[in-house]
Write a protein that binds this ligand. Structure first.
Ligand SMILES: Cc1cc2nc3c(=O)[nH]c(=O)nc-3n(C[C@H](O)[C@H](O)[C@H](O)COP(=O)(O)O)c2cc1C
Length: 264
């Protein structure tokens, strides 16, 4: 091959690379908004699924607007934030828990000994959702998140109006291995959460994801969930994140306040 042909080949290859990278960049930029919109819609869909309100035929945004009432709650006190105090970060329109957690005013570093979910920082204010039926709150939806093996898992838990019974649980984002930790998406496993008692009769946190199977004879079976087989690390992560968020450093004060004052 002559020298001239070699340099031509390289030039053509470089030209093709350049054109391709410009095309990929253009596609990335032009699709960014749509991706963001789809991601937001997927999150809403997940909230509806956990609420038991999702239907393939119904419009997601409309069902959400008709049936769900989002609010921002200060976790430490359990008191909802008045709408007058909403701003670019604290609002129910585009609440982003990672941005809120990172913000020096609205986020906080979790002391290592309390950081069961392995998330290092958390929002001091969190978005929660009331599911409204016939003008009354029927259940509440709480965002939960924490570390698995490879990723942070983000999901929602629905609690019934007794504030004890799990009525839905699912993750809308994670990077665990399909077939192993990724089995958190298995509908059968998700359904196994429904009806479990997150708190015992004394009001103590009782929900627990086991490493292995629940013994149906176990008196605590009503609060216990089967672990994912071959994925004990993800299982432990899910157990920890759920216990963190339902505990005293998560939604504990909010749930206490609802128990005292009722859901309105
Ligand atoms: C490529 C690869 C991916 C893995 N992904 C996960 C995972 O997503 N979740 C998990 O808990 N374990 C995962 N593991 C397995 C863990 O390293 C560990 O073996 C497992 O959690 C032990 O679970 P077991 O005690 O239930 O068998 C993965 C292992 C390999 C080699």
């Amino acid at each position: 091959m002559s020298k001239e042909t070699t340099s031509k080949t390289i030039a053509v290859a470089l030209g093709v690379c350049l054109v391709c990278s410009v095309l990929v960049s253009l596609a990335t930029v032009s699709l960014k908004d749509r991706q963001e919109r789809n991601r937001r819609l997927d999150k809403l869909k997940n909230i509806l699924v956990v609420s038991g309100l999702y239907s393939k035929k119904a419009d997601i945004a409309k069902t959400f607007q008709d049936k769900l009432r989002p609010r921002i709650v200060e976790l430490e006190t359990g008191v909802p934030l008045p709408e007058e105090r909403y701003d670019g970060l604290l609002n129910t329109r585009d609440f982003d828990l990672n941005r809120v957690a990172a913000d020096p005013r609205y986020g906080m570093t979790i002391p290592a000994e309390q950081d069961l979910a392995g998330i290092k920082r958390r929002p001091r204010f969190m978005i929660v959702y009331d599911v409204i039926h016939d003008g009354a709150v029927e259940k509440i939806i709480l965002p939960v998140y924490g570390k698995g093996v490879w990723s942070t898992l983000y999901g929602f838990m629905a609690l019934g109006k007794d504030l004890k019974t799990v009525e839905g649980f699912s993750f809308y984002e994670h990077g665990e291995t399909p077939g192993l930790g990724g089995e958190v998406d298995n509908p059968r496993w998700q359904r196994s959460w429904v009806g479990k008692q997150a708190f015992n009769k004394r009001g103590e946190l009782a929900i627990e994801v086991l490493r292995g199977k629940v013994d149906p004879e176990d008196p605590k079976a009503v609060s216990r969930i089967d672990g994912l087989s071959g994925a004990s690390l993800t299982t432990r992560g899910v157990n920890n994140l759920v216990r963190y968020w339902l505990g005293e450093h998560g939604y504990g004060p909010y749930l206490d306040r609802l128990r005292r004052e009722g859901m309105r």
